[in-house]
Design a binder for this molecule. Structure first.
Ligand SMILES: Nc1ncnc2c1ncn2[C@@H]1O[C@H](COP(=O)(O)OP(=O)(O)OP(=O)(O)O)[C@@H](O)[C@H]1O
Ligand SMILES: [Mg+2]
Length: 427
């Protein structure tokens, strides 16, 4: 130990300072002699324990310990006497002290041993932790409450989330169903609209188209009625023929509509068989020749060596009837119609060429549209359905159609129908 020499006046001041610390300290300070007998207690300690100074001085420190802990404290004290160190008391446990009125209060105590003239002392610093413990208790309660509330909130969140998910799923399903039914509805509406358009177009076209042949039938029938004499047979024949032609035309118009209906409903099926195309076309030419205009004639040539191919004769006949009747209808009298067939790379190619009025360039792009008629044919009868039907038939056979046309010079329509002779040989 090193001695510090301090002037006397200063010693006095320091003593006062230390006494003040002892008196005004907010911590309880108790000094025990031989670790047992209380020799000093500051006002804060007296207040804490509820004693007067005269009552405490000379008291065994054990009296400030709760009754049930006294024995234990005594032993601890003895142990401490053997190994006195500066340390806190009761590490990790809450210590309780006993007031004069026998009430208990929680404390935090730290011990510092010292020795004066061979006598052993220990100074105990005591802090009343009642308030702190209350606060800690409250804090614990609040933490517990907060934890509970958090758990509740997280549970509610989960419930809410799963509800939101469920609702979102439901909503998505409803939206999907709605959009489905909206689609179905708009498709149905669209179909209905198209159907109505077709029907009204049909009614107006048919009534217009029917008027001319019906007029012819009526006037020819009236004339036939007038030709009563035997020698007028030739005139009668002429009008009867006119009536027949008019009826044929009516039938043709009706057939057009019927085949369109059948094609759209998918009733028409492609039934291919092995055919001799030259033979088939000759038959078609023979059948159609009577309806050609005066002086018109068909020149037919087959260019390839082979004449065998796979096709549906009925569909082919319908296609060629349409193309040849167009070639005739849109050509003057006496004009030739040239039909050429060939078989190339497993494809049947047939072209129908005329020297008729041709199709104006701007109209050509709409040619296969239903009811479309070019502006240069308004004085010629027609419904504008033939080529639309032809296109549908060709699509049914996986083929395609092309055309070239020059106004007032003529048109050539060429169809291409692919086939596989090996696969279909047995048909
Ligand atoms: N060989 C052709 N020469 C000139 N114009 C043609 C020829 N073929 C078709 N067209 C034009 O194409 C239009 C559509 O032909 P499409 O055969 O579809 O109908 P249409 O002949 O008017 O009536 P229909 O339904 O009675 O056949 C015709 O109105 C005509 O303007
Ligand atoms: Mg036509």
């Amino acid at each position: 130990m090193c001695a510090i020499i301090v002037p006397k006046k200063r010693v006095l001041n320091e003593q006062k300072l230390i006494e003040s610390i002892f008196y005004y300290s907010n911590e309880g300070i108790i000094v025990c002699k031989d670790y047992t007998e209380i020799v000093l207690a500051n006002p804060c300690a007296l207040k804490m324990f509820g004693y007067d100074s005269s009552e405490v001085i000379g008291m065994n420190i054990d009296h400030l310990v709760p009754h049930e802990k006294r024995e234990y404290h005594k032993n601890i004290r003895k142990e401490y006497a053997h190994r006195p160190t500066a340390r806190p008391m009761g590490k990790n446990i809450i210590l309780y002290a006993l007031r004069k009125d026998n009430s208990l209060f929680p404390v935090e105590i730290s011990l510092s041993p010292f020795e004066i003239n061979g006598t052993k002392y220990v100074v105990c610093f005591i802090v009343d932790i009642t308030e702190r413990m209350k606060t800690e208790e409250k804090l614990k309660e609040y933490t517990e409450l907060l934890k509970k509330k958090n758990e509740e909130i997280s549970y509610l969140n989960q419930v809410l989330e799963s509800k939101v998910k469920e609702r979102t799923r439901e909503l998505a399903r409803v939206v999907y169903e709605l959009s489905q039914s909206k689609n179905e509805l708009s498709q149905a509406l669209e179909k209905e609209k198209t159907l109505n358009e077709i029907k009204s177009r049909f009614v107006s076209t048919a009534s217009h188209e029917f008027r001319t042949p019906l007029g012819t039938i009526l006037s020819s029938a009236s004339l036939v009625q007038r030709y009563t004499k035997t020698e007028e047979q030739e005139k009668r024949e002429k009008h009867i023929q006119k009536i027949k032609n008019a009826v044929a035309h009516l039938t043709e118009i009706l057939n057009d509509f019927l085949s369109l209906d059948k094609l759209e409903e998918g009733i028409v099926r492609y039934k291919p068989s092995l055919i001799d195309i030259a033979e088939t076309l000759k038959q078609i030419v023979d059948e159609i020749t009577p309806i050609l205009k005066k002086g018109q004639h068909i020149i037919y040539k087959h260019l390839s060596e082979s004449t065998q191919c796979i096709a549906d004769t009925q569909i082919l006949t319908n296609i060629l009837f349409n193309l040849i009747s167009n070639a005739s209808k849109y050509s003057e009298e006496d004009k030739p119609i040239v039909i050429i067939s060939k078989i190339e790379n497993n494809t049947l190619v047939i072209s129908v060429k005329d020297e008729g009025c041709g199709i104006p360039e701007p109209d050509q792009q709409f040619l296969f549209t239903r009811f479309f008629r070019a502006e240069n044919v308004s004085n010629i009868q027609g419904t504008g359905l033939g080529l639309n039907i032809v296109k549908k038939y060709i699509e049914l056979m996986n083929g395609h159609i092309e055309f070239q046309s020059q106004l007032n010079k003529g048109s050539t329509f060429t169809i291409y129908i692919p086939f596989q002779i090996k696969e279909n040989k047995n048909l």
